[in-house]
Design a binder for this molecule. Structure first.
Ligand SMILES: Cc1ncc(COP(=O)(O)O)c(C=O)c1O
Length: 432
């Protein structure tokens, strides 16, 4: 979709266009399924779903159901009621698999994201004296960097010897796929693993996961992705792409609440391999778990990576949220997301045109296939003032020092009219 012809029209025309777009939007009814925070009697324009997604109205009922079970059944809640807690990780499994393009047995909701990174590295990072390096991207989310650094140290490796970080070229903001592929080929003889984010939290760059996976496999190494910013944002085909493992969090685009449960994907190809793992009783063969015998026997598939008694209240919200994705369809959401983000891009381009300078640089790739919903803006002048001004006008993004504003329209609850309002506010910003 191109919005070029709208660069010079009055903002009122764009507001009209946006209202029409909202009226004909087949996903418009989903907004009513969320609580949109209100300030001074006005709903916020919430463009922060890349950090914490909004609360689905169904969350409260989902939690209440489990509180009632606890109230009425006590410990028997694990075995009684319409949905015994013992099998809770299975309840949203199909919906989760659909969001990831996976087989149900390949996915399991469990733990928190950084914990899962360590668990999966334990299984998939199997260094030898010749092949011991991990290839990743420079500037990945700090927790991923700390996980890699300390995981390597815990295996007796020096991160400075074992970590290859592929960076953007000088003067560029994002990383070229061909540079990633070249690095994989160059280090093939010493490489043990590729692990990186599928979509970068800071730049908003969506990586070409299938191509990276192919290259890693051609080099004889496994590949894993952190999908924190990709899941629920862009369609994924983890099974078909042959990705070996992945993990994510559910509190961003998946709207499953602050600190919501994470999950893992382990490709079917690995289910019958006896991979090393750090085990816990919840990953033990479910039929015999309560025999409490010695010697770990894993459950088949991703569920075998579980460690601990699951947090049922968190899983309940996750399940309610996944049901919304199942109903909306990830491909439909992506289609609307592309349009919302392109419309937002138009608003930024208009602001630059009005101020007659490159006031706001969009560092996120321009090509819709190379980004999700998020646009990361580098504001050359008065960035903090702009962020505060947007907030004052009920527009919520997030701020990253020294001059970055991230805005991420979420197709489940954001509207075109809201994006037009961002454009109107940018026209009013008189401090550049
Ligand atoms: C890409 C990425 N990795 C890791 C994390 C850390 O997640 P957690 O605190 O759930 O372990 C985040 C959190 O936002 C993230 O965005």
């Amino acid at each position: 979709m191109t919005f070029e012809k709208y660069l010079n029209v009055p903002i009122e025309e764009l507001q009209d266009w946006a209202r029409q777009q909202d009226q004909s939007d087949p996903l418009r009814h989903f907004r009513a399924q969320f609580y949109v925070p209100v300030r001074q009697n006005k709903p916020l324009i919430y463009l922060c779903g890349n950090s914490l997604g909004l609360q689905p109205k169904a969350a409260l009922e989902a939690i209440k159901t489990e509180l009632d079970t606890w109230q009425n059944h006590g410990v028997e809640g694990w075995f009684e009621g319409t949905q015994p807690w013992l099998f809770y990780h299975k309840y949203g499994q199909k919906e989760l698999a659909n969001v990831l393009g996976a087989q149900p047995a390949e996915v399991c909701s469990m733990n928190q994201l950084t914990v899962n990174i360590h668990l999966l590295l334990t299984s998939f990072y199997n260094p030898t004296p010749q092949k011991f390096k991990i290839l990743t991207i420079a500037g990945d989310f700090p927790s991923d960097q700390y996980a890699l650094e300390t995981h390597l140290q815990s295996r007796g490796m020096l991160p400075q010897n074992a970590l290859i970080e592929v960076a953007a070229r000088a003067g560029e903001r994002t990383i070229r796929t061909k540079d990633l592929l070249a690095a994989i080929a160059e280090h093939q003889s010493s490489l043990a693993l590729v692990f990186m984010s599928g979509l970068n939290y800071y730049t908003g760059q969506l990586f070409d996961m299938p191509t990276i996976t192919q290259a890693a496999h051609a080099a004889g190494v496994a590949v894993g992705f952190d999908l924190a910013h990709a899941i629920g944002n862009v369609p994924l085909q983890l099974h078909a792409w042959g990705v070996d493992f992945a993990t994510w969090c559910s509190y961003k685009y998946l709207n499953s609440g602050p600190g919501g449960v994470s999950g893992v994907f382990v490709h079917q190809n690995h289910h019958d391999r006896n991979l090393p793992r750090l085990a816990g009783w919840w990953g033990y063969d479910e039929a015999r778990r309560f025999e409490m015998t010695k010697g770990f026997v894993p459950m088949q598939g991703a569920a075998g990576w579980q460690l601990s008694t699951p947090n049922i209240l968190s899983l309940a919200v996750h399940r309610a949220s996944l049901a919304i994705f199942e109903e909306a369809g990830i491909e439909n959401l992506r289609q609307k997301s592309r349009q919302l983000t392109a419309f937002l891009e138009l608003m930024i381009t208009r602001a630059n045109q009005r101020t007659n300078k490159n006031w706001i640089e969009i560092m996120t790739p321009q090509h819709p296939d190379e980004r999700g919903s998020q646009l990361s803006l580098l504001v050359a002048e008065n960035g903090r003032e702009l962020f505060d001004f947007l907030l004052h006008n009920h527009i919520v993004g997030d701020w990253r020092e020294p001059n970055c504003i991230r805005l991420a329209p979420a197709p489940l609850y954001n509207t075109f009219e809201e994006i037009a309002e961002v454009g109107r506010c940018l026209e009013l910003a008189q401090f550049v």
